[in-house]
Design a protein around this ligand. Structure first.
Ligand SMILES: CC(C)(COP(=O)(O)OP(=O)(O)OC[C@H]1O[C@@H](n2cnc3c(N)ncnc32)[C@H](O)[C@@H]1OP(=O)(O)O)[C@@H](O)C(=O)NCCC(=O)NCCS
Length: 287
């Protein structure tokens, strides 16, 4: 436990659960980037890189980072109580977790900004803007012609997970890769998970979810050795067709503004930017 000007910082314990629930429920300043989890479930399953800040025995702040992958980590939860000096609280949380990040060899921490208020705090911690994650949307009922290729699209089996994780981590660069447990969790809550096989070997996959107004393509990855041969197109064509058969015409997808390759593919299928951009900020951790 470290103490900074009346703020004490601790790790997360089971006994803190009630205080954490209260903080997350009552505070205005709560940033979550958890994709597939509710905050409390995420904290239960990822208790490692979490810090709590206490002022007068009351929980004043919570900082939670993702498990490190390829020397990167993401800010997953930042919660700051409305009646504490939020800047000082977050500063104390960050200073407390930094040595552990260094010990783990973390080189960058990224943050996907969902709410504007986070930006001032990130700036104070020396994070800088990197790029936007953009959203593309399609409502068309038309599908482009498909090349006739020896690719089989099928549902996902649980024992595909290690291979799909390897594909994901080869296809994406840091910090965008997913761990196996993230892919498992994504596939568990997904509406549609499909795998593209060539010669009975998985070479690509997609995971899509349903939300109130349509579907969301949450993940699409093709093994780099097999890219540029129409496999991404076949996965995309197949999922759009399956959703259209169920009268689900509106489909969204997110990608990095710099990921022009994926945007070309999505444009071919009628996806257009809808203006819903989310900035990514990042800090390099000095040794
Ligand atoms: C984006 C991604 C999924 C596309 O998969 P892919 O299998 O390479 O996609 P396709 O082959 O269907 O289309 C890519 C290109 O190949 C071309 N192509 C399509 N069919 C083809 C065929 N039979 N033979 C040769 N080229 C073909 C397409 O015209 C397209 O050309 P372009 O790059 O000039 O636009 C893949 O590059 C990837 O995994 N990238 C990293 C992860 C990522 O960015 N995911 C999406 C963002 S969330």
């Amino acid at each position: 436990m470290t103490i900074t000007t009346g703020i004490s910082v601790t790790t997360l314990e089971r006994a803190h659960r009630r205080a954490v629930d209260d903080l997350l429920f009552h505070s205005y300043q709560v940033h979550t980037h958890l994709d597939w989890y509710e905050p409390v479930d995420w904290l239960d399953q990822h208790p490692a890189l979490v810090r709590l800040a206490w002022v007068n025995h009351r929980l004043a702040g919570l900082l939670a980072l993702s498990q490190t992958l390829n020397r990167t980590s993401w800010l997953r939860i930042v919660a700051l109580s409305d009646d504490s000096p939020a800047n000082t609280v977050l500063g104390a949380l960050w200073q407390d977790i930094l040595p552990e990040l260094r010990d783990l060899g973390v080189e960058t921490v990224s943050a996907l900004v969902m709410r504007q208020w986070v930006i001032n705090y990130l700036r104070d911690l020396n994070f800088v803007f990197v790029e936007d994650v953009i959203t593309l949307q399609r409502s068309s009922t038309l599908l482009p012609d498909q090349p006739d290729l020896p690719v089989r699209v099928r549902g996902l089996y649980p024992d595909d997970l290690p291979r799909l994780t390897a594909i994901d981590q080869a296809a994406f660069s840091a910090p965008w890769q997913m761990t196996q447990s993230e892919i498992r969790q994504a596939s568990r809550i997904a509406e549609l998970c499909t795998v593209a096989d060539v010669n009975a070997e998985p070479v690509g996959f997609q995971i899509s979810t349903l939300y109130r107004d349509g579907a969301h393509l949450a993940r699409l990855a093709v093994d780099p050795n097999n890219q540029g041969h129409g496999i991404g197109s076949i996965l995309l064509h197949d999922l759009l067709r399956r959703f259209m058969e169920r009268d689900i015409m509106s489909v969204t997808v997110n990608t990095q503004a710099s990921n022009l390759r994926s945007q070309r593919l999505y444009r071919t299928f009628g996806f257009r930017r809808n203006g819903y951009d989310l900035p990514v900020w990042m800090i390099r951790i000095r040794r």
